[in-house]
Design a protein around this ligand. Structure first.
Ligand code: ATP
Length: 250
């Protein structure tokens, strides 16, 4: 991580149930470092709303980082978008083409899911909450992986002749997270909105929002300065907050 090295503490475990769960259950001290927990194999990886993130030995990079923001930093509503953008930039640095972001928390390559992000907050007792940012990136999925996702799944072995090692990938993603979270803490999502929208997988496409009592359909019109999804519906422009909803092609 070059000049960033002193900012991080890194723990590598050969195996772990869920790196997010570990950091949430036993948060490391508030010592000014960014604490990172990475593992070669997650045995109980989680997605949103009780979904499962699947891993196999040697098949991917899974890690979580605990970020503490300075008092007064913006409420971290758009953090999963910022984390997605950091993953996209790290992949692009490695020469991956066609990286797309699917609101609010997925990284796709040519429409297929390559990486997932799970941001969970630790309440800060009146202060800005800390964020546990969990990231899973597929490097070499086993041929019989059998993961199902509405748009399909992929791995870096399908994108690059020589995929990076997991340590190299981890270093790149952490460096990008560090830069983008710093910008986000200083100026909010506004400064990153354009970069996110350039990679929006569903830009101008008909989509539906699932997971709410009322299913919404419309044209995906990007995101606003808070990272909320903008949906052009027959009834006008609607703003959708991430929380517990999912986006699907209509
Ligand atoms: P959406 O927002 O599209 O509803 P999600 O963001 O809620 O999806 P996540 O919680 O990020 O989904 O990830 C869990 C989902 O990702 C699983 O339900 C499964 O479909 C898919 N998945 C699980 N493991 C992998 C993997 N290794 N690679 C790609 N996709 C996976």
């Amino acid at each position: 991580l070059g000049e960033l090295a002193t900012s991080f503490s890194l723990v590598l475990l050969p195996e772990c149930d869920s790196t997010n769960s570990r950091l949430l259950a036993d948060p490391p001290p508030d010592d000014g470092l960014i604490h990172v927990l990475a593992t070669d194999l997650q045995t109980a990886g989680r997605g949103r709303r009780g979904r499962v993130w699947q891993s196999w030995p040697g098949a991917g990079l899974t890690f979580s980082a605990l970020w503490r923001f300075a008092p007064g930093a913006p409420v971290p509503a758009g953090l999963s978008l910022v984390a997605g953008l950091a993953v996209a930039r790290a992949l692009e640095e490695l020469g991956v083409e066609g990286v797309q972001l699917k609101w609010p928390n997925d990284v796709l390559i040519h429409g297929k899911k390559l990486a997932g992000i799970l941001v969970e907050l630790i309440p800060g007792r009146g202060r800005t909450p800390a964020a546990v940012v969990g990231i899973g990136i597929n490097l070499h999925l086993p041929p019989d992986a059998g993961v199902e996702y509405p748009t399909g799944v992929t791995d870096l072995a399908h994108c690059l002749a020589v995929p990076p090692g997991s340590n190299q990938l981890l270093g790149r993603v952490l460096a990008q997270l560090y830069r983008l979270f710093d910008l986000y803490a200083a100026a909010g999502f506004t400064a990153l909105r354009g970069a996110w929208q350039q990679r929006n997988a569903f830009a101008d496409l008909p989509v539906r929002i699932v997971g709410e009592a009322e299913e919404l359909t419309g044209i995906c019109a990007g995101v606003d300065e808070d990272g909320a999804l903008l949906l052009q519906t027959q009834g006008g422009l609607r703003r959708v907050l991430s929380g517990e909803v999912s986006l699907r092609l209509a």
